[in-house]
Design a protein. Structure first.
Length: 169
């Protein structure tokens, strides 16, 4: 009976994963993210914004390989929870992104941990947010590599159509 329940849960995850949208091509890459970071405020150093954007795009792709992320996020989550993969939950992505960006010791950018509470069928979700120095997570840009399985999704906090971001719960 327990094996049947696991099979049905796995089947549900596969069905949900089939409905997940592929990453769009319209985010503009690191250059567009760097411009968005500079637009956060006049104090943001364009060189820091460029470095942050390049890391935000490249580092998740490195983690995708290291963590063997080959499936949509919900399927990969199932693999992590079943012990098939070690990492790749949204909190793993958020923690790794923040740790890597903190290594840069930015002087004109601030980093934040952000959480979207469970809602409906959604479970809690975590992500990194980057803002101008002294800004809050509400003023910043969400950096979410989990959403597309290692390919960076980013948007202004209030423009994210999928999640309501706030401080850690």
């Amino acid at each position: 009976m327990r094996q049947l329940a696991r099979f049905l849960v796995a089947l549900l995850f596969l069905a949900l994963a089939a409905c997940s949208a592929p990453p769009p091509d319209g985010q503009g890459g690191p250059e567009a993210l760097a411009r968005a970071l500079v637009a956060l405020g006049p104090e943001v150093d364009p060189e820091e914004a460029r470095r942050a954007a390049e890391i935000a795009y490249a580092y998740p792709l490195q983690l995708k390989e290291e963590w063997q992320v080959t499936d949509p996020p919900l399927v990969h989550n199932f693999k992590v929870l079943e012990g098939i993969r070690e990492k790749g939950l949204c909190n793993d992505w958020a923690r790794a992104m923040l740790e890597r960006l903190r290594e840069e010791q930015f002087e004109t950018l601030s980093l934040h941990w952000s959480t979207s509470p469970p809602e409906g069928f959604r479970v809690i979700h975590h992500s990194a947010v980057i803002s101008a120095r002294g800004g809050t997570l509400y003023d910043g840009i969400v950096l979410d590599p989990w959403r597309w399985g290692g390919v960076l999704y980013w948007s202004a906090d209030e423009d994210d159509p999928r999640y309501e971001w706030g401080p850690p719960i």
